[in-house]
Ligand binder design. Structure first.
Ligand SMILES: [Zn+2]
Length: 188
């Protein structure tokens, strides 16, 4: 998480939208170009110690990998929002989706579809959240290496616990989920 000093924005006026042309919205804007240097230089792993570059070199069990394709692979998120939270990663150390080749885009897409079918079969989930956070500022934990989240959702899987206690209850252990998903993954 970025840290902010108390007086970092002191003396910088926020600009109300009431002065804008066309229909104003309800927000004031604090323009902070001086922060861009921190965002651009944010601490991100170099290729040599990137967890998504290192994972394919390990065994499936050690790296929590459920499937390996030609250009991309699928592993369990170490910090799951829900049981069965998968990540689809290209093998190449690229940061953003537009850097992916046609072959990588195609395989990330097909692995994502297979992940949905396998999760639906193994866990009877009711829906999915699928997406990529591009850049640290957009919420990517490992912004340096592209990864697509596939999060299974069940009715009533959200409750007060994460909001009140900052704690997410995850009912199943990662190793058990990995084995189940890997076993159900169709062999090509
Ligand atoms: Zn990497």
């Amino acid at each position: 998480m970025a840290s902010y000093s108390e007086d970092e924005f002191a003396g910088i006026p926020a600009e109300p939208a009431s002065s804008f042309a066309a229909a104003p919205d309800a927000y004031q804007r604090l323009w902070t170009p001086h922060r861009l240097v921190y965002i651009e230089d944010g601490q991100q792993p170099a290729k040599d110690d990137c967890p998504f570059c290192l994972a394919p070199e390990k065994s499936d069990e050690d790296a929590l990998i459920v499937a390996r394709g030609e250009h991309a692979y699928v592993l369990l998120n170490l910090f799951p929002y829900n049981s069965g939270h998968l990540l689809v990663c290209p093998y190449r150390h690229i940061a953003t989706y537009d850097e992916a080749t046609d072959a990588e885009v195609a395989e990330i897409g097909s692995l994502t579809q297979t992940a949905m079918r396998v999760l639906r079969e193994t866990s009877s989930c009711d829906g999915f959240n699928i997406g990529m956070n591009q850049g640290r500022i957009a919420g990517a934990g490992i912004a340096a290496h592209l990864h697509q989240h596939v999060v299974p959702r069940w009715a009533l899987d959200s409750n007060f616990f994460p909001i009140i206690a900052g704690t997410k209850a995850v009912p199943r252990l990662l190793g058990d989920v990995r084995a189940e998903v890997a076993n159900a993954w169709p062999r090509s």
